[in-house]
Design a protein around this ligand. Structure first.
Ligand code: GUN
Length: 297
């Protein structure tokens, strides 16, 4: 069997069309959703993420407030900017691009963001609410993974999901989301990591594998059962002299071999990647809608 490929670009496009309609409805009520993006320094990967976020905002009608700060900005200056955005009614979402330069205290900055504007879902209040199953902003990549599964018609309830990787931005939150007693969840979840003994023992039992380890070939064909659904969150650069830029992007899964056993699989690029920014737009629109609810109640 050769797997059906989950087209993340197409799912993201469908969701962005739905969001355009919501933004138009908000505009009729006098609200333009606003996202403040704060980028410190000149890291090329961060600059390209931030540009993609700003472009995506413009495409669906979100006001993008661009804040580019020098690499030597002080903690106090950065905290003052976050505070100003917390108090600005035109801003519904605040995103501080990570990682920050090492002289800055990242957790203090994340803690300073108003949880009601924390569209990254990184504030401990939102993390805590997510874990206990309360309504909260969900972190964008794991939320995008759940949307990809649900919109591809995958039955999550009762499935055995094996998550590979325990990062705070993907592995831990996606495992938590999928075990909730909720729609698009209710799975049996196993979380594997670098200290797991005999990882294949677990992955072979999986109906769904979510690979988020940050290492190529973490999941190979001998580690999966026939018919498995595979979501590959990895984005790794491997040297490739045939490419002009000298490298190509691969995920954490041995795609060519695993796709022969899987029923559904995401490619890299073009799988989870396009969903992350889409879920950021989703959270920003939701935050703007929340202000309307506050006014109307
Ligand atoms: N750096 C890499 N990914 C992300 C993300 O999703 N949010 C933020 N704030 N920084 C990142």
């Amino acid at each position: 069997m050769s797997a059906r490929i989950i087209d993340g670009k197409q799912v993201a496009k469908e969701m962005r069309e739905e969001l355009k309609v919501k933004v138009a409805t908000l505009k009729e009520q006098g609200i333009v959703p606003g996202l403040a993006v704060i980028l410190v320094g000149e890291d090329p990967a961060s600059k390209s993420y931030v540009s993609a976020k700003e472009k995506a905002c413009e495409e669906i009608g979100i006001f993008s407030d661009d804040n580019r700060l020098p690499a030597d900005v002080t903690q106090e200056e950065l905290m003052a900017i976050v505070e100003a955005k917390n108090n600005d009614p035109k801003i519904n979402g605040i995103l501080v691009q990570l990682p920050l330069p090492s002289h800055l205290n990242e957790s203090e900055v994340l803690l300073a963001i108003d949880p009601d504007k924390d569209v990254d879902g990184f504030h401990p209040i939102n993390v805590g609410k997510m874990v206990v199953g309360e309504k909260a902003f969900l972190p964008c990549t794991p939320h995008g993974v759940v949307q990809l599964l649900a919109r591809s018609g995958v039955e999550i309830e009762g499935a055995h999901v094996v998550v590979v990787g325990r990062s705070n931005i993907v592995g831990k939150p996606v495992a938590n989301m999928l075990l909730q007693k909720k729609e698009n969840a209710n799975a049996t979840v196993t979380l594997c990591h670098t200290r797991t003994k005999d990882m294949a023992h677990f992955t072979k039992q999986a109906d769904i594998i979510i690979a988020a380890a940050g290492r190529p070939n973490t999941v190979t064909a001998d580690m999966v059962k026939d018919g498995v659904v595979v979501i590959d969150v990895g984005v790794n650069r491997v040297e490739d002299a045939t490419k002009k830029r000298g490298y190509r992007l691969v995920g954490d899964v041995d795609f060519d071999a695993v796709k022969e056993k899987a029923s559904l699989i995401t490619p890299v690029p073009g799988g989870v990647g396009p969903m992350t920014i889409t879920m950021l737009l989703f959270n920003t629109v939701e935050s703007a809608e929340n202000t309307l609810e506050t006014v109307n109640n």
